[in-house]
Design a protein around this ligand. Sequence first.
Ligand SMILES: [Zn+2]
Length: 242
Amino acid sequence: MNRATVLVMLLATAACAAGQESPVASAAPTEPPASTPPSTPTPTPAVSETPTGPPEFTAEVSRLKREQVPYSWRPGCPVPLGDLRLITMTYWGFDDRAHTGELVVRETVTDDVVAVFKKLYGWRWPVRKMELVDAYKADDYDSIDADNTSAFNCRRATGSSNWSKHAYGEAIDINPRENPYVRADGGTAHQNAKRFTRRPLEGKGVVNPADKVVKAFQNLGWEWGGDWSGTKDYQHFSKGGG
Ligand SMILES: [Zn+2]
């Protein structure tokens, strides 16, 4: 073997090695073009939308301090302060944005309430406002007039000397303007609720017979005031009725 022969063989080996590599190298670019174009349009927008979407539902349950309910609770109420809980949770507003609201309920129904409001938020079912009735000095009329969703209030039932289910923290009034308390004669005490006295009724935050909001509560043993005969309380949901 002379030098020239060795050189030819080395070159041939190099060419051969290069030739072996090239199919591997060219195989890589041929694969992505086959799969990339059809898969690109769908996943990309979904991934990029997630960070800009509404926040996840959250709910925090905490004990109440006396100063948080200066008007709605007092000694002599049927439920001791220690049995009430403050729920701070996400709700979907009439402005199509997420908000944080507060509700006071009895400790025994916190799981029910959080479960239902988690559903409402998931459905983007709108709630006007959710603040403690103490923001209205526990005046039920003023809270309703402000279309405020609330629960606990140590008061008597409307037109009765008995404690309301709200005094036990086992009742919630939702969007009271859109879902008024309607007397048997069809009237309501709230001027701003007059166009919401009939059912079924199309509208934002309106509760209708047998709709998903009613069913969500019913599945957990809550009754709807819209199912009462005579007087209708469309805003009112209570554990076990009443
Ligand atoms: Zn009520």
